[in-house]
Design a protein around this ligand. Structure first.
Ligand code: ADP
Ligand code: MG
Length: 247
């Protein structure tokens, strides 16, 4: 019956959502754990070395504090993701649930997390106009940007040779904000490109990819009243364009 169909559809959507929550929380959790392990390593080394001068102690404690701040940032993001996905499942695209978000802030946080994955071997070039405000949710926008940056970094690292560059550009123009993430990574052919918004479509293998980053990002951007499009060429790279409503 059509009622049953509807119920099955809702269940499938919920399952996908649950997996999505897992995916996003996993990204944040990895960041929290790495930051905490770093802090712990620093503390252990300082405790073991009794010859350390007080001035060195101070320097190390500052580093520990920085790492703990990173860890709590990741934990707060997990809290926000849970909150926002709850909001998303209650009613997607409800304009009244959206905030005014500073693009710089979300981008800064996403970049800091992305840099941990880039391991210093990808050049991240950012040219985004200052002071842009958009209609979105802060954690949702951060999530979209992080997903796009991670995909770009993965694509660039999967490349054997050639330039390893990811560029982020953004500008506001007449009520719209245009944002671009462009990479010089492995790119995709038309077959893969046509499937990137399918739930669970991944070419990274089950350990590395979930195939949820882009479908979730598309959904979030659409719920902000924006658009997300990809263009790509195998062996050359990929460009993702987002438009958002500026405030
Ligand atoms: P995941 O990253 O977990 O695989 P996504 O939904 O983020 O899931 O991406 C789906 C697939 O789209 C990826 O597995 C990859 O094949 C392709 N893809 C996404 N972004 C890029 C990119 N910047 N360059 C090349 N391929 C990409
Ligand atoms: Mg991804």
């Amino acid at each position: 019956t059509s009622q049953e169909m509807e119920r099955l559809g809702r269940l499938a959507a919920m399952g996908a959502m649950a997996a999505g929550v897992g995916h996003e929380i996993n990204n944040s959790l990895a960041y929290v754990l790495a930051s905490m392990a770093f802090a712990q390593g620093l503390l252990e080394r300082s405790v073991q070395d009794e010859t350390r001068a007080p001035i060195e102690w101070q320097e190390e404690l500052r580093e520990v504090r920085g790492a703990l701040e990173d860890a709590s940032e990741g934990a707060l993001r997990m809290r926000d993701i849970v909150r926002d996905l709850g909001a998303l499942s209650r009613g997607e695209g409800q304009k009244e649930a959206l905030d005014v978000v500073w693009l710089d802030e979300s981008l800064e946080l996403a970049l800091r997390m992305a840099r941990m994955y880039a391991e210093g071997c990808v050049e991240l070039e950012v040219r985004v106009a200052k002071g842009i405000r958009v209609r979105a949710t802060r954690s949702g926008l951060t999530q979209v940007l992080l997903n796009l940056l991670l995909n770009a970094i993965h694509a660039v690292m999967a490349r054997e040779s050639g330039p390893r560059r990811v560029q982020v550009r953004g500008e506001a123009d007449e009520g719209r904000v245009a944002l671009e993430v462009e990479d010089t990574g492995v790119g995709m052919g038309p077959e893969a490109l046509s499937r990137v918004f399918e739930l669970f479509f991944t070419t990274k293998g089950p350990e590395k990819g979930t195939g949820l980053g882009l479908p979730i990002s598309l959904r979030l951007v659409q719920s902000f009243g924006g658009t997300l499009t990809l263009s790509s060429e195998a062996g050359l790279g990929t460009r993702v364009e987002i438009t958002l409503l500026s405030v």
